[in-house]
Write a protein that binds this ligand. Structure first.
Ligand code: HEM
Length: 500
């Protein structure tokens, strides 16, 4: 039963809370007139993140409000960069002031226990994690993974010959095999139905939904973390992934003790753990989250290549003409052919631009005020480079909806050096796996287009906009037909595999 005193206390408390809220709200709005323009939101709650496919709606906002626009999510300012030049000027040139991530309570602190590189804020831990990643993924090391990638790409051709319908699963198997081998030294090809892979994928899927801006209100209203039970699912998911990642690293430790460990990222991390200054759980997360960052993304990008090939037969044929000239029918393409296959490179670059995997971009945080074209990007703001609209900037990519590999080529047919697309993100948070990923895309595109004429299935037309609404957006299931380009494809691929 309420006493008069407790009612009074409640009243005082409510009054206090209201004052705090108004002060907080006003301090948040102080600089609002200097912010880049943007849609008007609710006076207290601000704007909502449009759903689904926020990045597509943001592309409309870019046309309406300009290359840099702002939203308010509760007290949080969100700045969206929508044009190519603004991405260069803000995300790249001011990269030092945007190396931080916004505080991510749901995905970063709770689900990932503060240890997933993608979400770790600027500071000493990030430096240690990125140094360890760089040691294993920088260009001069990435070249060592080429034999592994070449073999897995040939296995994918065999998989498609045996079971063409499940080509998207084969792409996932390719990506999972490469990551599991380089991370944990796994020697057997990774089946996508491996319970371990299924679990890692489940972790990635969970991350993809939690990390979307606006997915969890606690990120705008941190006080919600004290609501009993509100975060229990995320806490449980964190315990599950930590146990999984610890178990995977422990396997490598056990193999090292038994003298059976293959060389791998995990093995080297364990050997150099003190030098890298990593705790056991940091090392476990570093390895575990590599799969999440690198597997799904690579598999999705390969599926986009297949989608584009089936959708644009003439351009597929252009690529095949070059393959036939440089490689011929009697052997499979290799990494040694890369320089002579610029059209393959251009085809891949155009898929990155046409259907960027990280469509909405990842959130950065401004650690100082940044002035852009007279507008203020205030310290503390979340800043996102919207890959989807940057890729569609007509000033740089004329006729942006058209799939046109030629836009990446000089008149002499070499790759243009004056053009790039920020598929792998920006500044100091740029994807450390990009050199590995680019090699995966080259070797798979070369092999796929060498082996098959890829055609749409007339009974099931491809919807080239049917993608998942997740941070890394991948094509929903679609169907194509694979026709071997010569009767010896199987024999030639088998022979190449036997030589490895
Ligand atoms: C086609 C494949 C891939 C795409 C499209 C992609 C894209 C991205 C993007 C957009 C970011 C965020 C950049 C930013 O904040 O501006 C990122 C971060 C990251 N990527 Fe990738 N990535 C791919 C493959 C890989 C691979 C193969 C690995 C590792 C083996 C990897 C590891 C990471 C890690 C660890 C981060 C976090 C970096 C940080 O926050 O400091 N990625 N990636």
């Amino acid at each position: 039963m309420f006493s008069f005193q407790s009612s009074l206390e409640l009243l005082v408390l409510a009054g206090f809370a209201a004052v705090v809220l108004v002060l907080a709200f006003r301090s948040g709005r102080r600089n609002e007139s200097a912010l880049p323009p943007g849609p008007v939101g609710h006076w207290l709650l601000g704007n909502e993140i449009p759903k689904p496919y926020a990045w597509r709606k943001f592309t409309e906002y870019t046309k309406q409000y300009g290359p840099v626009f702002s939203l308010r999510l509760g007290r949080q300012v969100l700045i969206v960069i929508g044009s190519y030049q603004a991405a260069v000027d803000v995300m790249e040139k001011q990269g030092a002031l945007l190396a931080d991530r916004p505080r991510s309570i749901a995905a970063g602190e709770i689900l990932s226990g503060g240890k997933r590189t993608l979400l770790v804020q600027q500071g000493e831990r990030l430096k240690r994690l990125r140094k360890a990643l760089h040691g294993h993924l920088q260009p001069k090391v990435a070249v060592n993974y080429e034999p592994l990638q070449a073999k897995a790409a040939l296995i994918m051709i065999i998989d498609i010959l045996h079971d063409p319908q499940h080509f998207q699963d084969h792409a996932k198997k390719y990506a999972a095999s490469v990551i599991m081998t380089l991370t944990y030294g796994k020697t057997t090809p990774t089946s996508y139905s491996d319970p371990e892979v299924q679990m890692v994928n489940e972790c990635t899927r969970r991350l993809g939904t939690v990390v979307k801006p606006g997915a969890w209100a606690v990120d705008s209203w941190p006080i919600l973390r004290y609501v009993p039970g509100y975060l229990s699912v995320l806490n449980r998911h964190h315990r599950e992934e930590l146990a999984l990642f610890r178990g995977q690293l422990d396997n490598v430790r056990n193999q090292m003790t038994a003298g059976t460990a293959q060389s791998s990222f995990a093995k080297e991390l364990i050997e150099r753990q003190v030098e890298y200054g990593l705790s056991d759980d940091e090392a476990a997360y570093l390895c575990g989250s590599l799969f999440g960052a690198g597997s799904d993304t690579t598999a999705a990008a390969i599926a986009v290549v297949i989608m584009a090939a089936a959708s644009f037969p003439d351009l597929q044929a252009n690529a095949q003409k070059q393959l036939d000239m440089v490689v011929g029918a009697d052997r499979t393409p290799t990494f040694n052919d890369r320089e002579e296959l610029p059209y393959i490179e251009a085809f891949v670059l155009e898929t990155f631009r046409w259907r960027p995997i990280s469509s909405g971009g990842f959130a950065h945080r401004a650690t100082e005020d940044i002035i852009y074209n007279g507008y203020l990007i205030p310290k503390g703001a979340t800043v996102i480079g919207n890959h989807w609209s940057i890729a569609r900037d007509p000033d740089v990519f004329p006729d942006p909806e058209a799939f046109r590999p030629e836009r990446w080529l000089t008149p002499e047919g070499t790759i243009r050096e004056d053009l790039r697309f920020y598929n792998f993100g920006f500044g100091r948070r740029v994807c450390p796996g990009q050199h590995l990923a680019n090699r995966s895309l080259y070797i798979n595109t070369a092999n796929l287009l060498w082996a098959f004429k890829i055609m749409p299935d007339p009974t099931r037309p491809i919807d080239t906009l049917a993608f998942t609404d997740t941070a890394n957006s991948h094509p929903l299931p679609f169907q194509v037909k694979f026709e071997s380009r010569n009767p010896n494809v199987f024999k030639t691929v088998k022979a190449a595999l036997e030589q490895m």
